[in-house]
Design a protein around this ligand. Structure first.
Ligand SMILES: NC(=O)C1=CN([C@@H]2O[C@H](COP(=O)(O)OP(=O)(O)OC[C@H]3O[C@@H](n4cnc5c(N)ncnc54)[C@H](OP(=O)(O)O)[C@@H]3O)[C@@H](O)[C@H]2O)C=CC1
Ligand SMILES: CC(C)(CO)C(=O)C(=O)O
Length: 321
């Protein structure tokens, strides 16, 4: 962190793609960070053999990262980065309730719904939300590849709080490692825009099993994305978020900047794990229904992804540590 910033001890909860990405970058730049994994085996492997970080420029760097399993509780820290999937947050609730008031919580989930959920379950504290466009892929429980650079916007859900000193220091650090990090007074407009981007990119890459950049190479996928954008923009508009041409272009920029990335939904589909489609397309469908706005394309994608993940046995068993 910058010399005038307060020291930050980051505890990353979730040793998946995003969690390992942030933990590795923190440790490699001399910061204090540890990771909390779901499985004891993954924690043991990270502690025993170090983790490997594949940087954007192709270097493979060993990372002396400390890890512990969630069953041991959360280690002390003053910043807790929630890097689990949205649907894994409820399982963390007893641990989140133990986080001291003087520590900050930053949730990095895609999708919508968890912001209200956290506000309801942790009513006496302010949670910060990160809209993260940095791409990552976990190669194994001890290996992560940085697949694309992007922005990181952080803020509370409503305009209730400025950045606390820990969040400010974290953002200083992010900027120092070339992440385009900003503090936003309210994260809502950015969460809506990220929701729409994920609602287009994630299910299409998951269905066709292609990296993000491939969507732009085909006129049929671009056409379909445009129709999906129009449906989603109508729902967002109803919620006071006016999406226009700049937002459409921004989705292209995300695909380009993370062109090699396998979206988090495609990674889940490949591993036959539950995806976040309900928190993404499902959220748009639900909000559309409540407002009387038809969203047939998003509803179809929702169904196809649910069907795809409910079919067959686990395809990949090597990345379960
Ligand atoms: N991957 C990407 O490029 C991007 C992802 N995102 C978003 O970031 C979030 C995280 O995504 P991603 O990292 O890809 O997901 P992953 O599935 O790779 O990682 C989630 C991790 O959380 C762990 N976990 C689940 N429950 C617990 C628990 N109770 N205690 C400790 N760890 C737990 C999982 O453990 P286990 O492996 O044992 O199941 C897994 O390692 C998602 O909301 C995603 O949409 C946003 C931008 C880019
Ligand atoms: C930015 C993007 C699309 C990167 O792949 C992402 O958020 C995800 O994969 O969930």
């Amino acid at each position: 962190m910058r010399s005038e910033s307060i020291p930050v001890k980051t505890v990353v909860i979730g040793g998946g793609a995003v969690g390992l990405l942030y933990a590795a970058r923190l440790v490699l730049s001399g910061q204090s960070a540890s990771v909390v994994t779901r499985s004891p085996l993954q924690a043991e492997q990270i502690n025993r053999q170090k983790m490997s970080f594949h940087s954007l420029d192709g270097q493979v760097l060993p990372v002396p990262l400390a890890a512990s399993p969630i069953e041991q509780g959360l280690p002390p820290g003053n910043l807790y980065l929630l890097a689990v999937k949205q649907n894994d947050l409820p399982g963390l609730l007893p641990f989140l309730r133990e986080i001291p008031q003087n520590a900050s919580i930053l949730a990095l989930q895609n999708g919508m719904g968890h912001q209200e959920w956290l506000a309801e379950k942790l009513p006496d504290r302010i949670c910060y939300f990160g809209i993260n466009a940095e791409g990552a892929r976990r190669l194994s429980g001890t290996e992560v590849i940085h697949t694309g650079s992007g922005s990181l916007r952080v803020g509370p859900w409503n305009e209730t709080a400025g950045p606390d000193p820990v969040i400010s220091a974290f953002l200083d650090w992010a900027r120092s490692v070339q992440i385009q990090a900003t503090f936003e007074a309210s994260i809502q407009p950015f969460a809506w825009r990220k929701l729409v981007a994920n609602a287009l990119i994630n299910p299409l890459t998951a269905i066709f099993e292609v990296p993000n950049g491939a969507l732009l190479e085909n006129p049929y996928t671009v056409d379909l994305m445009r129709d999906l954008f129009v449906e989603a923009a109508a729902v967002a508009n109803h919620h006071g978020q006016k999406l226009g041409e700049t937002d459409w272009q921004e989705i292209f920029a995300i695909c380009r900047n993370t062109s090699r990335n396998l979206s988090s939904m495609l990674q889940d589909v490949k591993r036959q794990r539950r995806t976040e489609v309900e928190a993404i397309n499902g959220y748009l469908v639900q909000k559309g229904k409540e407002a009387g706005i038809p969203t047939p394309l998003h509803e179809s994608l929702l169904r196809v992804i649910l069907l795809k993940t409910s079919m067959g046995e686990e395809k990949v068993g090597g990345d379960r540590s």
